[in-house]
Design a protein around this ligand. Sequence first.
Ligand code: UDP
Length: 412
Amino acid sequence: MSPLLADHAALAGADVARQLELLAAPLRGLKVVHVNSTRRGGGVAEILEQMVPLMGELGLDASWEVMEGTPLFYRCTKQFHNALQGQDVTLGEELAAYEQVNADNAARLRPLLEAADVVFVHDPQPAALLSQVPRRRGKWIWRCHIDVSHPFRPVWRYLRPLVAAHDASIFSLADFAQQLPHPMFLIPPSIDPLAQKNIDLPPEEIDACCQRYGIDRERPLAVQVSRFDRFKDPVGVIRAFTMARAFVPGLQLVLAGGGAADDPEGELVLAAVQAAARKLDDVHVLLLPDEAHRTVNALQRAADVVLQKSIREGFGLTVTESLWKGRPVIGGDTGGIRLQVVDHQTGFLVSSPEGAALRLRYLLHYRDERRRMGEAGHRHVLQNFLITRQLREYLTVIHALVRGAMDRIELA
Ligand code: UDP
């Protein structure tokens, strides 16, 4: 077993690592290409950064390509994202930019895409690539990471034929599955416990991080780490903080976020957050650089309670990361947060700033409850949301599609 796999085995169990080896052995040398729209920022990039090397470690010929877009293209795909998560949007000239950028990227990547055995197309941004690669020989999978349970219909009508042309799709939750004419699989995302974002940190590093940002370690701390996106409801978090701190002396709040290269709305939302936080002591709005993995790690570990008060959420890796670190999470009662925040067990599900404030007060008052929920959260992630589990499921899907093993997989 490779040293990396052995490290995973030490955490997830030797049987888990062994299953990966068994599943991967018949797939050695298989060309697997992942395509998404940003190298940094957001959960998809976070997963691919770990998943692609791990596939390589198991002998697959895995690579990761990033779309090269234009401002109009990113405006379009952000509107797609908003629309698929239920918002009404109007699209005009952006659609032509979407199609053009897909055509240009298909031309740029054509040799690779034609030769690939399996292509994972992540989210709507690259969904039109396939129509531009008529001579592909491999299987193409649309991997949807967002909450498409109630899409704005005109946009879904436009995207559906593009998605339907793929050989299969993968959704994070049963609620998100759509009527499509091909096999659909349910695979929730995961975190890599060996990544800088998630490994144990020395206490001095956590202290130093807090000191850098003026956070007092003697006083209670609530943290939300998220891109500045309306669906993450950062302004609602500030409202919850304002209500809770009347009852929790000294309460501090960190709202930490960075931008994603494919998210043109971040600046507007950040401005709204800064305006809401302006007159409040003890609210720290941190704009983190890319690759601030250890800083995010330290902030999540410094937190007494983590918030992820999203209004819509495909999965919410920030929730997984925080539960892994033994922190209870107050999460919006939506999408993938519901898989992870088991109400009253690993945290609390909430639907309003008022609800979040009440749960914050409660958790900050009862240290034992925080510990109990934190431990349950860590176990929940260990059993369900580690990268080894997700990789096993990806390999199984590849077997199903490439080796025609829909009902059973022969590994001998
Ligand atoms: N993240 C980060 N820095 C930030 C904000 C977010 O590293 O300033 C990371 C966060 O730790 C998580 C990912 O970006 O790993 C966000 O994934 P999630 O599924 O929570 O949300 P998404 O941004 O994909 O909607």
